[in-house]
Design a protein around this ligand. Sequence first.
Ligand code: HGA
Length: 608
Amino acid sequence: MCGIVGVIGQRDAAPLLLDALKRLEYRGYDSAGIATVNGEGAMARLRSPGKLRNLEKRLDVVPLPGGTGIGHTRWATHGAPTEANAHPHLAAPVAVVHNGIIENFRELRAKLKAAGATLTSDTDTETIAHLMAHRLASGEEMKAALLGTLGELEGAYALAFAFEGQPQLLAAARSGSPLAIGLADDSVMIGSDAIALAPFCDRIIYLDDGDIALLTPSKVEIFDKTGAPVDRPAVAVPVQISLAEKGNYRHFMAKEIHEQPEVIARTIGHYLDIGEGTIRDSAVGLDFADYRRVSITACGTAFYAGLVARHWFEQIARLPVDLDVASEFRYRAQNFPRDELALFVSQSGETADTLASLRVCRAAGQTIATVVNVPTSTMARETDVALPTLAGPEIGVASTKAFTCQLATLAALAVKAGIDRGTVSAEEARAYVDALVEAPRLVADTLHVEPQLERIARIVAPATTALFMGRGASYPVALEGALKLKELSYIHAEGYAAGELKHGPIALVDDSVPVVVVAPFDDLFAKTVSNMQEVAARGGRIIGVTDARGAEAMAGTAEEIIVVPDAPAFIHPLVMTIPLQLLAYHAAITNGTDVDQPRNLAKSVTVE
Ligand code: HGA
């Protein structure tokens, strides 16, 4: 998603803005730009399609002077990723960068054109610069002009403004998209993500939804949406954020895959009382005896974590689960019963559709719980109960460690639900806890299959279609495996419930189609193996992911068998996911795609 940065201070702005933008590259983007204001108030701007290095090359030739400026990496929603559509957008004296969507942009463009404005881009964003410039030209004060402009916008935005003729001023605003202000000794910064600001600032102020801010080198003034001054606390830059580096790994994704034993251990350590063999009440802060059902809402990988959780809640706690993708959730006619727990899952805590769904449930008076990786995020702040996944910053666009930490958290919740609802005895609870305690070690052991996956990835990489199948809790794992492969290697991949294959997708099977069968040796194994035979009979190239006992039954049918360590059935989804992540990673490397920033994708999807 779009990255926003801004700086006002003693240092040369352009190189600093570029460095800060580089720290947001992981979010995914397709063009970039910077505008600066020098000491005399003159504004200059450079924009470029493609990667930041294109902009950097241009800056080498035409440096932008000045200590004040704003910068942007754009993930296009309105208009192609061209130079003309890249931010900052100008309408003298205003320059603006934007993350979000202005939904009434058509009306605004028509109104501006009728008033004689010349629009030079196809974006929704450019209207904001013109509205603001128009108000300033008609003599409105800065704050009034800002509030007036925002009052005309419908939709979501995080905005940073710079002004020609005002080298000592930046403005910022947020509604629906995140924005933070960074404080350093010699400068004040703006960033859409604290990661952008971490190395340059010691303290961060997170703006609340609806806030606007006026920044000078020595002062930050914040107002709420009514224009009343408000105090927002400045907090120390979280250490974890400053540590978002690649280390010795070739890609963030590789680092994040290999970090999983550690971060899963950290996450379960938060929820489990290992000595007592139970789940810590204080870590969960919910009594599931109060709820008749749970609704889980999420997007993408987090939705698949929710699908696994449905199995766990229903099997362990006999608690019915309703599940939907967040982009559809709001459009269903629902009655939002008070005795239903509304549970949301999001890595970033900013996912626009999930956040909007959360707000719908909150307005309906439901109790809101959120499984979230970024503790300072909007969702973490707007939820009744925040359930952290302690995965640390995830930089690779394709989620890996955040997914397994979501699983670990949801597994602990399901056990807690079983205890609260009396479906799990103390002895059974201890067995579940013991199984979870084993997860980090088993995941670490599973990582040893990497050399085999590297080789298998070379078989899969030339395919144009790949299928993944699984049954029970392995079905969402298959879905996640397919999503990972398509995100990273651009191979068309689909996940199916193993029993569904013969209802359609089997028509795709021939000897060019790899079929990944996720089947640990559990109660459902024999049925999945029958489905595997159906595929094999039609020439499909089977890649089995199973454990030692399953491998015996697959031998002779599967072309390749990846053997993971024997694990308690409860944590199979955590273990079985690892080979699929490695397969996608190595297929991407074989296909030469951009592993950490796959094309067209964004890390934290802050637009609907
Ligand atoms: N709508 C703006 C900004 C897009 C955005 O925020 N993406 O994450 C544009 O298309 O330029």
